[in-house]
Design a protein around this ligand. Structure first.
Ligand SMILES: NC(=O)c1ccc[n+]([C@@H]2O[C@H](COP(=O)([O-])OP(=O)(O)OC[C@H]3O[C@@H](n4cnc5c(N)ncnc54)[C@H](O)[C@@H]3O)[C@@H](O)[C@H]2O)c1
Length: 253
């Protein structure tokens, strides 16, 4: 039974932002479980695997995005699991905010997710698919404010537009879960707390952030794995529109 639940052989996964901290490990997770993975990202491919198909693309560019999704469907006749993972942010205070920065975050974090879902859905109907799972990456900052006391000089100050975009993801997830329920497409989101990244975070920041978490540490990408697999698995077939929070207890105290 267990090997059936986590068996992704013959499954087609599409993940955006496959070069990133989370995207790379999640791509490898599905490859290890037998899936064929299509990874979309801006820069050069980081994964070598016979079942990994890399597409170098800016997913905010609609025409090429549509073309690539159409091509995957033409080849595979389906995408079983769509993971909207790519996102960006700005790390400066509000006084410095520029209009084009707002657009950049909104275009990637919100508009590209809606557009991918649109092109996915058109093909889902065209190829007469019977079921699929969409997993959107939100964040605890989609429903919580950062605690600005821990963002000292040089740290990656989390901008208002990032939280706004992630709140949108939690809402879009509910919207499409209801819209697609009868079509048997489940749509859920994951809201991680801060992921440990020693290259980007100072020792002081990691210490201060961890002190605010009941489990006393930042997250590792692996901490998200079973939630992702749960949402991707056909065995979660009655679960849709949910936002799974994985934050070591940060948001409940
Ligand atoms: N890292 C965290 O602490 C954390 C916490 C909560 C939520 N999240 C969410 O998890 C997801 C992944 O985060 P991450 O930390 O791995 O981010 P990351 O910055 O490491 O990776 C994002 C990837 O998206 C790619 N990308 C950016 N713009 C693109 C574009 N226009 N077209 C195609 N690809 C593009 C980047 O090249 C990068 O490889 C995001 O949605 C993020 O908001 C992350």
């Amino acid at each position: 039974m267990l090997d059936k639940i986590f068996n992704f052989k013959n499954k087609i996964v599409l993940i955006t932002g496959c070069n990133g901290q989370i995207g790379k490990k999640v791509s490898e997770l599905f490859l290890n479980l037998g899936a064929k993975v299509y990874g979309l990202d801006l820069y050069n491919n980081k994964i070598q695997d016979k079942n990994f198909f890399y597409i170098k693309i800016d997913i905010t560019k609609n025409k090429i995005l549509k073309k690539k999704i159409d091509e995957i469907f033409k080849k595979e006749k389906k995408i079983d699991i769509l993971i909207n993972n790519a996102a960006t942010s700005i790390f400066s205070g509000i006084e410095k905010r520029k209009d084009d920065e707002l657009s950049k975050v909104y275009d990637l974090n919100v508009k590209s997710v809606i557009n991918i879902i649109k092109y996915f859905y058109i093909n889902y109907k065209k190829y007469n698919m019977k079921k699929a799972s969409i997993i959107n990456f939100a964040s605890i900052y989609g429903f919580l404010s950062p605690d600005f006391r821990i963002y000292k000089n040089g740290n990656r100050f989390s901008a208002e537009i990032y939280g706004a975009s992630k709140a949108s993801i939690i809402q879009i997830t509910k919207y499409f879960a209801v819209l697609f329920a009868k079509k048997n497409i489940r749509v859920n989101s994951i809201s991680p707390g801060g992921i440990l990244n020693k290259k980007l975070q100072s020792k002081q920041f990691i210490k201060n952030y961890s002190a605010r978490v009941p489990m006393n540490r930042m997250a590792n990408v692996e901490d998200l794995f079973t939630a992702i697999l749960y949402l991707a698995s056909d065995f979660s077939r009655y679960g849709t529109g949910q936002n799974i929070i994985i934050d070591g207890g940060l948001s409940v105290k």
